[in-house]
Write a protein that binds this ligand. Structure first.
Ligand code: PXL
Length: 277
């Protein structure tokens, strides 16, 4: 069985972060491992606290995993400050990681900041240490705007930003277009350094989108671990997230998670089959 490690934060509401990653790995038929970078106190209404793990203990977890277990792919999520990012980069450089998906998480779906440092202070480390290690970098539009300083209002803007990000050293860049206001359609783009692929899909109408970014990146890492090409793994991750959104359900009073086992549990209680409004 392929083994995929997430290096991410805990979401107490279970829809995002490492909980989303581990559920996605299980649903994708790979063995999931987790290195915890921080703990969030949150529910479907918002984040009430972020408690980063001391960087050396993040490093200790990574060492413990790699000293014993052969890992086929790694996915990173919430890395809340410069010291944690530096520690993760240092350790990942030491152990050889065949496939590395970097989800440059900074802000939760609820709009709450997931860092305990100002974003402008961690930007250098993100751009110069972390991004150059990526097999695939998976920013959404707000993250792309922060990372590139560009305003993104069109697919052409997304493509220009993808070229910028790829020139920082990421081998492939997927920019997720969900935040762009395209009537009923979501277009994601992949730039592999040579050319662009566009993935166009109808928008699933649901407010249960908490953790979709984590889930997409985790599905992508699982696909790469299983030997899919980047292009195939992006397509497969998009299909997975669509089914998860179509079968999502509300677990609290705010936006719920996608249904990570959407394919298995289409009949889940409270599940409309089309994603709840
Ligand atoms: O979706 C971004 C994200 C990443 N990691 C953690 C989160 C969230 C969003 O809520 O809680 C731990």
């Amino acid at each position: 069985m392929k083994k995929v490690l997430t290096i991410a934060g805990s979401d107490s509401s279970g829809g995002a972060g490492l909980q989303a990653d581990l559920k996605t790995f299980a649903a994708s038929g790979v063995y999931g491992l987790s290195v915890v970078t921080g703990v969030t106190a949150q529910n479907t209404l918002g984040v009430t606290g972020v408690h980063p793990i001391p960087p050396d203990f993040v490093g200790k977890q990574i060492e413990a995993v790699f000293d014993d277990i052969e890992i086929d792919a790694v996915k990173t999520g919430m890395l809340s400050n410069t010291a944690i990012i530096q520690e993760v980069c240092e350790k990942l450089a030491r152990f050889s990681v065949p496939q590395l998906v970097i989800d440059p998480v900074m802000v939760a779906t609820s709009g709450d900041l997931l860092m305990d440092e100002r974003i402008d202070k961690v930007l250098w480390t993100f751009r110069n240490l972390l991004i150059p290690m990526a097999t695939v970098l998976t920013p959404n539009i707000p993250e792309t705007e922060i990372l590139t300083g560009r305003e993104i209002e069109s697919i052409d803007d997304m493509k220009a930003a993808a070229i910028d990000l790829q020139s920082l050293g990421a081998r492939n860049v997927v920019i997720k277009g969900g935040h762009l206001n395209n009537e009923g359609v979501v277009v994601d783009i992949l730039f592999d350094g040579n050319g662009f692929f566009e993935y166009s899909d109808r928008r699933v109408k649901t407010r249960n989108t908490h953790g979709t970014g984590c889930t997409f990146a985790a599905a992508l890492a699982a696909g790469l671990a299983k030997g899919l090409t980047v292009h195939e793994a992006v397509g497969e991750a998009k299909r997975y997230i669509r089914v998860a959104l179509e079968n999502s359900y509300s677990v609290g009073r705010g936006g719920g998670p996608p249904n990570h086992f959407g394919e298995l549990f289409r009949m889940a209680e409270g599940c409309s089959g089309k994603g709840q409004e």
